[in-house]
Design a protein around this ligand. Structure first.
Ligand code: TRP
Length: 333
């Protein structure tokens, strides 16, 4: 039996951090075992809100690819490819635009939220408003079955399925099949400030390629309990980022429970806990960092992988696009 197709991707707008590792990369490591996984570096989508600073993309494209390899995504099992090198994606987006009303685009909850966040409400570019249509093209062109998503991306899958249905109905052929979201149950990792999810733009992230010194520095800055002033003071667990992180990565749950009690009763210092967290995080991140450094200095190898994988995806794109145009009756000669 043929393997089901998983399609995922990242926008190359900044370095990958622990939130990416916990929220998606780890999951992809599992998925690569049983699925045909296509992993797209979404540089076209990145341009929708960075069209005026395209120079940030190139460095991040290679950074992201080096991170994929460093965490253990296997180039023999996955296809890593660059969105802008598949012109059929842009072509399909144009055809899909006829199948979506303007009001439907404006109703997409993720878009609405992003417009608010970015202060784009009055001046939004058409390209940004239409990125869910382009994302539907990414998903449908490659006949994907499963899309790993966080909760905030669910409306994208809903819109993709709507477009697929409208296409099938309009052109009278059951061509695109239903796409299933694979919702990660990990939630989004909170940033070291304890205020919002980990994000490059808020400067509250632990990047996968940070040095041990940087990691240590950031852990020491981590938000704990502001009322826990002296070691002997009783401390709060809720909202204490050090405990939030220990909860997700400390494997010794018994010891962790004992530490929590001790902290709540007073007599346990933040520094002690932060050192424990540093040890555990360093254990996770050291091998990733070492491999990252190895790959990021092999630019030629990275280019070869990305180019050859992208070429394979171009073949699939061409074949599928031909079928799509035949169904649409626009395959003239
Ligand atoms: N929207 C995703 C992100 O911001 C990137 C992406 C683009 C994507 N096209 C996709 C993810 C298709 C899954 C499927 O990270």
């Amino acid at each position: 039996m043929e393997k089901k197709i998983v399609l995922t991707g990242d926008r190359p707008t900044g370095p990958l951090h622990l939130g990416h590792y916990k929220g998606s990369l780890k999951n992809r490591l599992l998925l690569q075992k049983n699925y045909q996984q296509y992993i797209m570096i979404a540089d076209i989508q990145a341009l929708t809100d960075n069209y005026d600073k395209p120079e940030i993309l190139e460095e991040n494209i290679f950074h992201i690819l080096a991170c994929y390899l460093a965490v253990g995504l296997d180039p023999d099992k996955n296809f890593f490819f660059l969105q802008s090198k598949i012109p059929e994606l842009a072509e399909l987006t144009i055809y899909f635009m006829n199948l979506v009303s303007l009001s439907r685009v404006q109703r997409n909850p993720t878009i609405k939220e992003e417009l608010k966040q970015k202060g784009f409400e009055e001046t939004v570019q058409v390209g940004f408003l239409c990125y869910p249509i382009s994302q539907a093209a990414d998903i449908l062109l490659f006949k994907s079955n499963l899309i790993p998503v966080g909760n905030d991306q669910l409306p994208m899958i809903e819109q993709t399925n709507e477009i697929a249905k409208t296409f099938n109905h309009t052109y009278k052929k059951e061509f695109f099949t239903h796409v299933e979201p694979l919702v990660s149950n990990t939630g989004r990792l909170i940033g070291i400030d304890g205020k919002s999810k980990m994000s490059k733009s808020i400067k509250n992230a632990l990047f996968l390629n940070d040095s041990k010194e940087k990691l240590s520095e950031n852990i020491m800055k981590m938000y704990t309990d502001p009322l826990h002033l002296k070691i002997s003071d009783p401390g709060q667990i809720e909202g204490n980022v050090v405990f939030t992180y220990l909860d997700t990565i400390d494997k010794n749950k018994e010891e962790l429970e004992a530490l929590k009690k001790h902290y709540q009763n007073g007599g346990l210092g933040d520094i002690f806990l932060k050192k424990r967290l540093l040890t555990i995080l360093e254990e996770l991140l050291l091998p990733i960092r070492e491999k990252y450094i190895f790959f990021i200095h092999k630019k030629q190898l990275l280019k070869e992988i990305l180019e050859s994988h992208t070429q394979c995806m171009q073949k699939i794109a061409k074949k599928n696009m031909k079928e799509i145009k035949e169904i649409m009756k626009i395959s003239y000669f």
